[in-house]
Design a protein around this ligand. Structure first.
Ligand SMILES: Cc1ncc(COP(=O)(O)O)c(C=O)c1O
Length: 361
């Protein structure tokens, strides 16, 4: 869908920052938001009035189309502060491309790239005190777009709202996770919206994940919808398996989200000389490897969790514990990734993005 630009950014600043009131040591993920947000409306075939304003509620009619037909997509990114106080992002170009790819799949008009970056830079410059120094402190960035037409009619909306909100967070999962391999439910189907970051993909996972949690697991590893024989991805993470010394992850498809962390870890692992295979993985292969003591590691990879080690997986009612060797790939890759994101180590890949006023002046 074509987009056009009609005006310049409007900026409204908060009268008084909420920053001093926040207990940063006890942050729950995604519950606290910074002072400002970005908002932009699609009306009459164009994106209009890009605005940064104080974080505040929206007023929407009950008939607003997103409530009924779920025409909504989103992104998840992070901002990091180095010891000199400079704020960085990690490969934001990938998220910019992916939100437009997701939008296209949901018949939502694409959002202009220049405005995406201008909004991110402006917000993070204005709210830079919320990005705190120190490993583990980050601001989670949530761009999202949704249908706003007040009409209960199953058709694409004629109006949309694109927004970005920022949430200071600490780590997502505490400790290692136990997962269950899906045998009945599916996250995505061939030709469906699995590869898009569509809001409904997540709603569809909540019920099966709740069932898994009732049994003491934290996450479901989804399998292919046809045979349930191939391992795909988890709730908000792509998944890696280490059999002996080889790192294996499933190829992306129209059922699997093309994760930025996943593709970065593949490149970083290769850079470290780790043998990497991107190929279909049968659940049986992992079960066999676990039984032979050859399954050394399983870990999830995603923006929110970074790298999340899995301590056991369950399949057909049996638990398979994983004892991670001392020379852990997940620990090494997590360290390399975080050092790069926090500007502690050199960036041989050119992935670090400097947040700056220069990007919009
Ligand atoms: C379904 C799903 N898979 C994988 C990921 C990991 O993607 P990324 O590394 O880009 O955050 C996410 C999180 O965005 C996700 O929601």
């Amino acid at each position: 869908m074509s987009t056009s630009i009609s005006t310049k950014f409007k900026i409204e600043k908060v009268a008084k920052s909420r920053f001093p009131e926040v207990d940063f040591e006890n942050l729950l993920f995604g519950r606290v938001f910074t002072d400002h947000m970005f908002e932009c409306d699609y009306v009459d075939g164009e994106w209009r009035n890009p605005t940064i304003k104080p974080y505040q509620p929206l007023t929407l009619e009950p008939s607003t189309s997103v409530f009924h037909y779920g025409q909504a997509v989103f992104e998840g990114m992070k901002a990091y502060k180095d010891d000199d106080g400079q704020v960085w992002m990690f490969r934001p170009d990938q998220n910019q491309q992916r939100i437009n790819k997701s939008s296209k799949r949901l018949a939502i008009p694409e959002f202009p790239k220049e405005w995406f970056f201008e909004a991110l830079n402006r917000l993070l410059v204005m709210d830079s005190q919320w990005v705190r120094k120190g490993m583990g402190n980050v601001v989670y960035i949530r761009p999202f777009v949704f249908a706003t037409q007040p009409a209960i009619m199953a058709a694409p909306s004629t109006t949309y709202k694109f927004m970005i909100i920022l949430s200071p967070v600490k780590s997502y999962f505490r400790g290692e996770v136990s997962v269950v391999v899906a045998e009945h439910f599916s996250r995505a189907a061939n030709g469906g919206v699995g590869a898009a970051k569509a809001a409904g993909n997540y709603a569809g996972q909540f019920y099966p994940t709740n069932l898994a949690m009732e049994d003491g697991y934290q996450q479901v590893i989804w399998t292919d919808d046809t045979t349930h024989e191939h391992l795909e991805e988890a709730g908000t993470m792509n998944v890696f398996f280490r059999i002996n010394d080889t790192l294996i992850t499933a190829p992306v498809s129209d059922r699997i989200l093309d994760g930025v962390t996943r593709k970065s870890l593949i490149d970083m692992a290769k850079h470290e000389g780790i043998p990497v295979e991107v190929r279909k993985i049968k659940v049986q292969e992992i079960v066999d490897a676990a039984e032979k003591g050859e399954l050394k590691e399983v870990f999830g990879a995603g923006t929110a969790v970074t790298v999340s080690p899995v301590k056991s997986f369950s399949y057909k009612g049996k638990d398979y514990p994983i004892s991670v060797p001392e020379q852990s790939y997940s620990a090494l890759l997590k360290k390399r990734l975080l050092d790069l994101q926090y500007n502690i180590a050199p960036d041989p890949f050119g992935w670090r993005y400097k947040v700056s006023e220069e990007n919009y002046q």
